[in-house]
Design a protein around this ligand. Structure first.
Ligand code: PGA
Length: 267
C-alpha cells in the first residue's frame, strides 16, 4: 500500500501534522510490520523525507521518493541520485509516474536509466508506474501501451531484480488519476493480466510474471479498495489524493489488509 503525496502539502508544518497523525494511526490501531500484513510506504516531497523517516520510525510505514535521476554525482543541478535517497532513509523510489511522463516529458529511456541506477543501490526498491491515457484506452491500445512502457522501462533489467521483489509495477490508467473515475475492478484485473502477459513475453518466464507485485492506482478510496484488491491480480494500490488524509489512508490500509487475508485464506 503506497501513498503518493505528489506536490503536497504546501508547508512543512502541515506535513509534520499529517506525519504525526499517520504515525498515531498506525501505532495505535495497526501493525503493518507484523508478519503477513501488507507493506506500507509513503512518498512525501523530498524536503519532508527526513521528517517522515524520523516520525514514522517504528510504525512500520516506510518512506520513499517520488522520483530519482540517473546520475550518481557531479554537475547536474537540480538532480537527485538514488544513493542520496537510500542514505537519507528512503527504501522505495517511484519512477515513471504519468505526471512525470506527460508534464515533464520523461521518456521510457530516461526512466529505464534511473531504474538501473536505483537497482545499483542495494536496499532500494522501485515502483515503476505505467498506464494508458483515455484516448489510448478508447482506441483499444491498453495492451500495446502497457507493453511499450514495460519493455522500455525494464530494458536490460535482469529477471533476478523482479524475482527478488526489487521492482513493483503500478498500473495507473491516466484517465483515473485524480479524476474520481476509478477503474472498475474488472477493468483493473484485465489490465493487470495484460501487464503479466507483457512481463511473461519480455522475460520468457511465467514465474517472473506471476511473482511481480502489481498495484492499481487512480482515484482509490476507502470505499473502492476492497473490491479492487479482491481481484486476483491486484496486489496493492498506489494512492494519491486519499493518502493526504491520515484517516482515509489508514482505512484504505485496513481494506487492503482484509482483502489480502481473504485472498490468502482462499488459496
Ligand atoms: P489519485 O492519484 O489517487 O489522486 O488518483 C494516484 C496517483 O497518481 O498515484
Amino acid at each position: 500500500m503506497a501513498g503518493n503525496w505528489k506536490l503536497n502539502p504546501a508547508t512543512r508544518n502541515e506535513a509534520l501534522t499529517l506525519l504525526k497523525l499517520l504515525a498515531a494511526n498506525f501505532v495505535n490501531h495497526r501493525d503493518s510490520s507484523s508478519t503477513g500484513a501488507p507493506e506500507c510506504v509513503i512518498f512525501p516531497p523530498l524536503p519532508y523525507v527526513a521528517d517522515a523517516v524520523r516520525i514514522l520510525e517504528g510504525t512500520g510505514i516506510q518512506v520513499g521518493a517520488q522520483n530519482a535521476g540517473s546520475n550518481e554525482k557531479g554537475a547536474f543541478t537540480g538532480e537527485i541520485a538514488p544513493s542520496m535517497l537510500l542514505s537519507s532513509g528512503c527504501s522505495y523510489v517511484l519512477l515513471g509516474h504519468s505526471e512525470r511522463r506527460t508534464l515533464f516529458g520523461e521518456t521510457d529511456g530516461q526512466i529505464n536509466a534511473a531504474l538501473h541506477k536505483c537497482l545499483d543501490q542495494p536496499g532500494l526498491k522501485v515502483i515503476l508506474c505505467i498506464g494508458e491515457t483515455l484516448a489510448e484506452y478508447e482506441a483499444g491500445m491498453l495492451e500495446s501501451v502497457v507493453n511499450t512502457q514495460i519493455q522500455g522501462g525494464l530494458a536490460g533489467v535482469d529477471a533476478s531484480a523482479l524475482l527478488s521483489d526489487r521492482v513493483i509495477i503500478a498500473y495507473e490508467p491516466v484517465w483515473a488519476i485524480g479524476t474520481g473515475l476509478v477503474a472498475t475492478p474488472a477493468q483493473a484485473q484485465a489490465a493487470h493480466v495484460a501487464v503479466r502477459t507483457s512481463l511473461s513475453s519480455l522475460y520468457g518466464s511465467d514465474e517472473v510474471a506471476s511473482s511481480v507485485r502489481i498495484q492499481y492506482g487512480g482515484s482509490v478510496t476507502p470505499e473502492s479498495i476492497e473490491q479492487l484488491m479482491d481481484e486476483q491480480d491486484v496486489d496493492g494500490a498506489l494512492v494519491g489524493g486519499a493518502s493526504l488524509n491520515a484517516d482515509s489512508f489508514a482505512r484504505i490500509f485496513d481494506g487492503a489488509m482484509s482483502a489480502d487475508s481473504r485472498k490468502k485464506a482462499s488459496y
